[in-house]
Write a protein that binds this ligand. Structure first.
Ligand SMILES: O=C(O)CCC(=O)C(=O)O
Length: 413
């Protein structure tokens, strides 16, 4: 006979049970902020960190973000990096540039089905290819078939290789070209793989961080863009050391224990592709630049082989707040903690712990020439542990109580 029956504890009705489980998750969200993480991201000077062990116990082992000032003040990049300098150092080297129509790479996007490149909606034949492939296309097309007008897809950027000088030119010129937003954001360790000519301006490894995380970073990426680019909420299984060199990055942060408020779902995966239709430009010069780079109007195309990606649509700055609050009530619930905000400026290093949801927007520094951009280098380290054991323990105990596996008032006699 099950143990709870012997003790005379009756299981809760499913509705009451799920209500109680949700209450516990909410309680954990609030307690985590009150007891450990706090309501603000702490700023600390590198001189006060007290060495790798102290940083580890104060922040890493508590899965707690912080902004470290003065951690890389000896990097020449801080005073050298601008478009002219980087272009001159790069010479003819080509780098990968991600392009989207609205600055939102890797995000859930409403797609007008008539806009889809390829697939049944633009005439792809189901009968083509081997039988298995035909069946798969049929299923995927059936999924889209019932949908009229728009559907939601997870869409990744169009990728183009170009010289660094061409990228900066495109970044500036595209401010007057609707539907084209370039961003250097390739996450293939792009700093080491494609921007080797800038390594001497930084330290390609943060030696004290290597000590904290027990080795060299898995990837070091370079980010160059402007205030049009926004990275939507997502989480990474990496410890992230994010160094801003120019401009300011604004991180909205939600801890892993709030993941039940993020409404992560699966979406069909697509990618922005150049459609061949020329982009409407203001000048002949812009037109020929886009032509030379092989850039035309962007339209989404379903990924082949077809697949789904789990992502969240939640955004801290939605176009329609009322609608968003209806769609995602737990995220906007005023009784629950708001996302933490981290404003990371030039010379600041953000420690972004593994598995925290983060959404990143940016504001530009203006150079003497009036060219705006934001530049950052980030170090991804393998994650080595889970978040606070105390919080996990509280959750497990609470769940055990609700499930009648444990007495609620164990200290009462
Ligand atoms: O800077 C950005 O746009 C995004 C950064 C990011 O998502 C990351 O470092 O994991």
């Amino acid at each position: 006979m099950p143990k709870q029956a012997k003790q005379g504890l009756t299981p809760l009705e499913p509705n009451e049970l799920s209500g109680r489980l949700l209450d516990l998750l909410k309680q954990q969200s609030t307690e985590l902020r009150d007891i450990d993480v706090g309501q603000h991201v702490q700023r600390i000077h590198a001189n006060q960190l007290g060495g790798p062990l102290q940083f580890s116990t104060q922040f890493v082992m508590r899965n707690k973000p912080c902004i470290i000032e003065g951690a890389f003040e000896e990097w020449p990049a801080l005073h050298k990096w601008n478009a002219e300098y980087i272009t001159q150092k790069a010479g003819a080297a080509e780098v990968t540039v991600d392009i989207t129509p609205h600055g939102r790479g890797d995000s859930v996007t409403n797609i007008d089905l008539t806009e889809l490149l390829g697939g049944q909606h633009s005439g792809e034949k189901e009968g083509a290819g081997p039988p298995q492939e035909q069946q798969r296309k049929k299923e995927m097309n059936a999924e889209l078939e019932g949908v009229q007008g728009c559907t939601q897809c997870f869409v990744t950027p169009c990728e183009r290789k170009m010289q660094v000088g061409q990228f900066f030119h495109l970044l500036r010129a595209s401010r007057c070209v609707p539907g084209i937003v370039p961003y250097v954001q390739h996450q293939n360790s792009s700093f080491l793989e494609e921007f080797g000519f800038l390594l001497a301006d930084t330290q390609p490894e943060l030696s004290w961080a290597n000590e904290v995380f027990g080795g060299s970073p898995e990837a070091v990426n370079l980010w160059i863009g402007d205030d049009r680019s926004v990275t939507s909420y997502h989480k990474d299984h990496y410890e992230n050391m994010y160094a801003v060199v120019r401009g300011t990055k604004i991180f909205h942060l939600m801890p892993p224990s709030d993941s039940y408020r993020m409404y992560q779902r699966r979406f069909p995966a697509a990618q922005w592709q150049c459609s061949g239709t020329p982009v409407a430009c203001e000048s002949k010069e812009q037109e020929s630049m886009l032509q030379q780079l092989g850039i035309s109007q962007l339209r989404p195309q379903m990924l082949e082989p077809r697949c789904h990606v789990a992502w969240t649509e939640v955004d801290p700055e939605p176009e329609d707040l009322e609608q968003a609050a209806q769609d995602f009530p737990l995220y906007y619930d005023e009784d629950l903690p708001e996302p933490l905000l981290a404003e990371v400026g030039p010379g600041d290093l953000l420690y972004l712990p593994a598995c925290w949801y983060h959404r990143v927007s940016q504001t530009c520094s203006q150079s003497a020439q009036g060219h705006d951009y934001v530049m950052a280098v980030n170090f991804w380290y393998d994650m080595a542990f889970s978040h606070s054991p105390w919080v996990s323990m509280k959750l497990v105990e609470g769940l055990a109580e609700v499930l009648r596996l444990k007495d609620e008032h164990e200290f009462e006699r």
